[in-house]
Design a protein around this ligand. Structure first.
Ligand code: 2AM
Ligand code: CA
Ligand code: CA
Ligand code: CA
Length: 264
């Protein structure tokens, strides 16, 4: 039986909007905040509730689909066969807590490891970035144009300042040179939104050293539909089952930045 992707897309959008409403309501209540691996790695009751909300809906409507969720309420996934939803209920939890903006719901839906549907929903601005494989990417129903090449001196790149200090993955001197040679740098603190901003042409490249599949699964599908490139910092495809570095950019910039600033 063939998969009805239009139906899955309709459900996903409905649930994303409903989850957005729940997040809005949560702003009126007190948050329960816990730390995970470090003082910058946070989780709230809302992250957990939103993930559980999606999992309940998916299990009810699509019992054969599996779910990989950041907060661990989904399935234990060690292979990508069949249909797998990769969910980050709140990407940018620190922003959610401290800023009440600059966070997103991120969902990627994969069939045998191939990205079919991708969503990044900026709840506060009511901006839904989404894409269906082969059908283009959209921002609130407006088609997003295919990305055009940009040169290094005209590029705005997105990276967290922590990668300019000594670290194991990349030479900070090379990155500092990149920072000097581009037009500007930005950092928003939500990987999903940062990828969506590239898809929307607001940023030209995004570089980070350690993300998990739920951080980039939604953005990956959207970026590919507008002709952007997504790899790890070695130029290899991303692993959807484990952590990796992530480098996203417009087409021409990708090779240039990898070859001239990142490769050791
Ligand atoms: P999160 O908010 O869902 O945890 C912050 O720069 C970005 O990195 C966010 O997209 C954040 O996702 C992600 N991230 C991944 N691992 C993280 C960690 N251990 N601590 C903080 N942010 C992390
Ligand atoms: Ca987290
Ligand atoms: Ca995340
Ligand atoms: Ca999260």
């Amino acid at each position: 039986m063939s998969t009805n992707w239009e139906h899955i897309d309709k459900c996903a959008k409905e649930w994303i909007k409903e989850a957005g409403e729940r997040i809005h309501q949560a702003f009126r209540k007190t948050l329960t905040i816990e730390t995970k691996s470090s003082r910058s790695d946070l989780v709230t009751n809302v992250d957990k509730e939103v993930e559980q909300f999606f999992i309940e809906r998916i299990r009810q409507t699509f019992p054969s689909h599996r779910v990989l969720g950041e907060e661990g309420f989904g399935d234990c996934i060690s292979a990508l066969d069949g249909i797998v939803w990769i969910i980050d209920p709140i990407d940018g939890t620190m922003n959610f807590i401290h800023q009440r903006r600059n966070f997103a719901i991120s969902i990627g839906i994969f069939a045998d490891g191939i990205g079919m549907l991708g969503y990044v929903y900026d709840v506060v601005h009511d901006e839904l970035y989404y894409a269906q494989k082969g059908k283009g990417a959209f921002l609130n129903d407006q088609p997003l144009p295919v990305l055009q090449p940009v040169s290094i001196p005209e590029a705005i790149i997105c990276l967290n300042a922590s990668w300019i200090i000594e670290n194991k993955q990349v030479d900070p001197k090379q990155l500092a040179r990149l920072v000097q040679e581009v037009r500007g740098t930005r950092s928003y603190g939500s990987a999903a939104l940062e990828m969506a901003y590239i898809a929307a042409g607001r940023l030209d490249a995004y570089l980070t050293m350690r993300l998990s599949p739920w951080d980039f699964a939604g953005g990956l599908v959207i970026i590919k539909e507008v002709g952007g490139l997504v790899t790890n910092i070695d130029g290899e495809p991303l692993d959807l089952l484990g952590p990796s570095s992530v480098f996203v950019s417009k087409p021409g910039l990708h090779r240039e930045i990898l070859q001239q600033y990142i490769r050791k």
